[in-house]
Design a protein around this ligand. Structure first.
Ligand code: ZN
Ligand code: ZN
Length: 341
């Protein structure tokens, strides 16, 4: 592991003794897909910068600022709940359910409008005919989403309340913590999710688990934002819900931070599955949108070879050979994006 990183950090090409000049795709797939000879990985400075930017700025700073903006709305909701004697557990379930339903409806509706009315097609990643989901798959996905939004999601949120209390979540009526404390909350939430999702997702790509659990999510070759949550229930709990919630559950924080973190995490995953890469837009420049993640995960679905998590961890563990061999971010966009924006 150390020597692998060292060779990447020095920017030296990684080759095998038997390496041929022409890259051979499809060798050793599953959870450790490789291309031989190994492509040159980006320098460590680029990988570390991507980690700092996404963890400290996009998660830490944005999360804390969003809490400051939303706190007046949160306190108004609390006053309403107290006035109408809504129990703390029900309030918390409503808070978490809203943090799920709100980004789900707004993000997915927006991307649906883009597809339906051909908005922003210059930012659309290519979808060949075989990549597009069949109506039966879309119906199955919509049915499961409806059950998740209206039944299992709220029940799950309701049952989670005692666990959050057990692990020291602040009182529902507690004042907002300091900016530094909230910053730490979002950095911890991001890190927990980043590590948890990478390893569990990679594990689900192993020969042992892929067919039984993860294949369902990959029925979408050319994803749409709705498909972000289309997965086997076991995968949803292990690879999605636990990594998403763990950082804010095990490391006590304010209830508003919990819901803001969930909203931010969901917004990113809907974008990653949307098939749109809004690079060079104002929202991307200020870090609200994530064109890098969108392209990175789009490659994961269209090729099904590597790119298991964030850029940094795939870099560190050498699991983006195919992505780099295809030209990385720029190469993928130039090949897949309509109109070459
Ligand atoms: Zn996968
Ligand atoms: Zn996916």
């Amino acid at each position: 592991m150390c020597s692998t990183i060292a060779s990447k950090q020095s920017g030296v090409k990684q080759t095998t003794p038997a390496a041929s000049k022409k890259p051979t795709k499809g060798v050793s797939l599953g959870s450790s897909p490789r291309v031989f000879p190994r492509p040159e990985y980006p320098p460590w400075t680029k990988a570390v910068w991507s980690l700092i930017y996404s963890n400290f700025y996009q998660a830490g700073v944005h999360g804390a600022v969003l809490c400051l903006i939303l706190f007046p709305i949160y306190t108004a909701c609390r006053s309403f709940a107290i006035k109408y004697e809504i129990s703390n557990q029900v309030f918390f379930a409503l808070l978490l359910s809203s943090a799920h339903t709100l980004p789900y409806t707004t993000n997915n509706f927006f991307y649906w409008l883009c597809d339906e009315f051909k908005w922003f097609q210059g930012y659309k990643l290519e979808r060949k005919e075989y990549m597009k989901a069949k109506p039966a798959l879309m119906t199955k996905m919509a049915t499961e989403a409806l059950i998740g939004q209206l039944v299992t999601g709220p029940i799950f949120a309701y049952l989670l309340y005692p666990a959050f209390v057990h692990f020291g979540m602040l009182d529902l009526d507690a004042p907002l913590p300091t900016f530094a404390s909230m910053f730490k909350t979002f950095v911890v939430g991001y890190t927990f999710n980043d590590v948890g999702f990478y390893f569990t997702h990679r594990l689900f790509h192993s020969k042992l688990l892929y067919k039984r659990f993860h294949k369902q999510h990959h029925e979408f070759v050319g994803t749409v934002s709705f498909s972000a949550e289309y997965a086997d229930p076991v995968e949803i709990i292990i690879a999605n819900q636990i990594p998403t919630v763990g950082g804010v559950l095990f490391f006590a924080c304010h209830p508003l931070s919990v819901s803001v973190w969930i909203m931010m995490r969901l917004q990113q995953t809907y974008e990653a599955h949307s098939g749109y890469c809004f690079e060079n837009t104002l929202l991307a420049k200020v870090g609200i949108l994530h064109p890098g993640s969108a392209v990175f995960h789009d490659h994961h679905h269209t090729s099904n070879m590597g790119n298991f998590g964030s850029f940094f961890l795939d870099w560190a563990f050498g699991t983006m050979d195919h992505y780099l061999s295809a030209g990385g971010y720029r190469g993928y966009i130039d090949k897949k994006k309509k109109g070459g924006v």
